[in-house]
Design a protein around this ligand. Sequence first.
Ligand SMILES: *[C@@H]1O[C@H](CO)[C@@H](O)[C@H](O)[C@H]1NC(C)=O
Ligand SMILES: *[C@@H]1O[C@H](CO)[C@@H](O)[C@H](O)[C@H]1NC(C)=O
Ligand SMILES: *[C@@H]1O[C@H](CO)[C@@H](O)[C@H](O)[C@H]1NC(C)=O
Ligand SMILES: *[C@@H]1O[C@H](CO)[C@@H](O)[C@H](O)[C@H]1NC(C)=O
Ligand SMILES: *[C@@H]1O[C@H](CO)[C@@H](O)[C@H](O)[C@H]1NC(C)=O
Ligand SMILES: *[C@@H]1O[C@H](CO)[C@@H](O)[C@H](O)[C@H]1NC(C)=O
Ligand SMILES: *[C@@H]1O[C@H](CO)[C@@H](O)[C@H](O)[C@H]1NC(C)=O
Length: 455
Amino acid sequence: MEKEPRRLIFGSTPIIFLISLTLLYVGVDFFCGNKISVDRWVQYFSSSEATFSKTLEDQEFMNFHLARLVRGEDRRNFETTGFACDKAIHSIVCVSNHPVRIDNNNMTIYVPSDSQNETVIRPYARQEDELKVITPVHMIQYLNTTITPPDCQYSHGIPAVIFSSGSTGNVFHEMNEIIIPLYITTKQFQSRILLILEDYKPSFIAKYGKVLSHLSNYAVMNPGTNRSVHCFPGFVVGLKYHDNLALNSSEIPGGYSMSGFKHFLRQAYGLKFEHVSQIKKPRLMLLSRTNTRRFLNEDEMVLLMKELGFEVIVVRRSKVVSNLSKFTRMINSCSVLVGAHGAGLTNEIFLPSGSVMVQVELLGTEWASNTYYGDTARAMGVKYLRYKIEGEESSLTKLYGRNSSVVMDPGSVYRNGGYRTARTVFLDQQNVRINLVRFRETLVEALSIVTDLDR
Ligand SMILES: *[C@@H]1O[C@H](CO)[C@@H](O)[C@H](O)[C@H]1NC(C)=O
Ligand SMILES: *[C@@H]1O[C@H](CO)[C@@H](O)[C@H](O)[C@H]1NC(C)=O
Ligand SMILES: *[C@@H]1O[C@H](CO)[C@@H](O)[C@H](O)[C@H]1NC(C)=O
Ligand SMILES: *[C@@H]1O[C@H](CO)[C@@H](O)[C@H](O)[C@H]1NC(C)=O
Ligand SMILES: *[C@@H]1O[C@H](CO)[C@@H](O)[C@H](O)[C@H]1NC(C)=O
Ligand SMILES: *[C@@H]1O[C@H](CO)[C@@H](O)[C@H](O)[C@H]1NC(C)=O
Ligand SMILES: *[C@@H]1O[C@H](CO)[C@@H](O)[C@H](O)[C@H]1NC(C)=O
């Protein structure tokens, strides 16, 4: 992943734009160097959480926010035993407010208790994702008369949050299963936590360092290299998951929404545009895939976009764009994002609200397109337009024939061949030659949405 070259190609982007972006970076970096952001002050004066932090002792602050991560029976357990786990369909999150010892050598946590028990979880937001390499964490509740835990080598005054970066590299999974869950799980601690990142990858830190440093005041710990025993006044193991690229304010810990998360991302990455009306000239980013689901007449598509009045940025292989600091600002400066169904569309999360995302729905991707990126766009205040291709536009017509069930009835491939077969056919074998006459209509609609803002 780290080895991949960064190949950002700008479809004849005016030089002025590049220069102004450079200036913007300098400005933003300068501003971010200032530790106490406006965000913090606003939060300080407006949120009841902050008032708590001011008046309660550190221990009470920690207890209060740890308790928010468990509910009902689990909350009562937490209050009586100092340890509890919230078990949901996808994620398991365990918390403790007892003085614990974490042995990084084998990720074993010793929790002093009145009874003996052991709980093992894989600290990843989607537990059922068996393909991911996630180091398990053992939490041992022990009676101090029966077990003597190893001595502390380092003591910390704040709780630890343990999670895994899993097998990274796919922006959808990173956002869906790590970044959003991490935000949901830790934001209320107001950076007074220490992050312990299992299965640590430098590329993950390079990419999401700004998010992590906006959630914790301390350097991220890599237990793979720091093989000591650490004492903490409490912990969170695992990350809370709500839904597909989603935040639900009624779910644990309560009160988090997509708009809050987008605000947080703007702060973390120093993004300039909150609403599309702040962008003067309509600018369109085309995510150009190079392996699968390629646009076979991409040059013509770009010409059409320019002819309609868009400034066009073509990004080849969005996945490669690992310098998120740079890339997020670029997306945030766009009023329209266009791409074929695929993980790169996750980047819609950086668009200003009121902007438009156009998803090119290939044959057999209708359900996934809508579920994964359409619903999310709507939840984040981005207008969602579908461009559903017709049989003739798909390369599968050549491959299987115009009257084949693959082209005529994609659903039957799922029903008869199963998910894996369908995946191979529709996601791996399919490219598209866009019908420019029909596509123009979609682009015109997108243009009118982002230019006609008085409606
Ligand atoms: C972890 O290591 C400690 C000390 O070496 C040992 O006592 C404990 O049983 C180990 N835990 C696991 C889960 O292997
Ligand atoms: C012990 O831990 C297991 C696994 O987390 C849990 O199902 C069980 O209820 C616990 N038992 C007690 C007595 O707490
Ligand atoms: C065990 O815990 C009890 C109650 O917290 C405490 O009074 C006692 O000193 C502890 N014993 C050891 C050996 O640490
Ligand atoms: C391990 O972490 C402690 C406390 O955060 C730090 O002081 C120490 O230098 C680290 N050791 C290594 C080998 O990274
Ligand atoms: C949010 O969570 C609540 C409680 O779990 C649930 O009833 C509701 O359907 C969820 N909302 C969405 C949009 O999923
Ligand atoms: C990302 O881009 C920014 C701005 O151009 C630059 O300052 C930074 O060093 C880059 N980060 C990495 C990890 O390449
Ligand atoms: C596809 O079906 C139509 C109508 O049934 C038929 O006219 C046409 O010849 C068929 N085309 C091919 C390539 O089989």
